[in-house]
Design a binder for this molecule. Structure first.
Ligand code: ZN
Length: 132
């Protein structure tokens, strides 16, 4: 059991100037909040650009991170519609950051699916085994 007495919440607007201190912040994820415990140096990097720090934490680019959070983790189709805009349909259900990175604007929605290999194996994984 660790003592939380020396942990400072960054949102409390306290100075991030205590060497060896631990700073707690909560970043947005696709499924809600995500606690991060940061060193003083990490806290300063975080404070300079919270979204960029969070994106890096989840292994995403800033744009991917924002799409992941705002889209509640649902990867969007990579196809272009007849009107020339990006298809806004889902590739699959909400996924974690790693899977999102693999699928967002890379996989295809049901309507655009032409190449099964690009699509998550989890799609429709209700085990519909077909015996040919
Ligand atoms: Zn599509």
């Amino acid at each position: 059991m660790t003592s939380k007495s020396n942990i400072v919440r960054i949102e409390d607007h306290k100075q991030i100037n205590e060497p060896g201190g631990t700073f707690l912040t909560n970043v947005r994820s696709a499924t809600g909040g995500h606690d991060l415990f940061l060193s003083m140096d990490e806290g300063r990097v975080y404070d300079a650009n919270p979204d960029a720090f969070a994106a890096a934490h989840f292994g995403l680019t800033l744009e991917q991170y924002r799409d992941w959070v705002h889209g509640e983790g649902v990867p969007k189709c990579s196809a272009t519609t007849k009107r020339g805009t990006l298809c806004n349909a889902a590739v699959c259900q909400s996924v974690d950051a790693d899977k999102f990175k693999q699928l967002h604007r890379k996989g295809l929605c049901h309507a655009h699916r032409e190449d099964i290999a690009l699509v998550a194996t989890r799609i429709g994984s209700a085990d519909r085994t077909m015996n040919a």
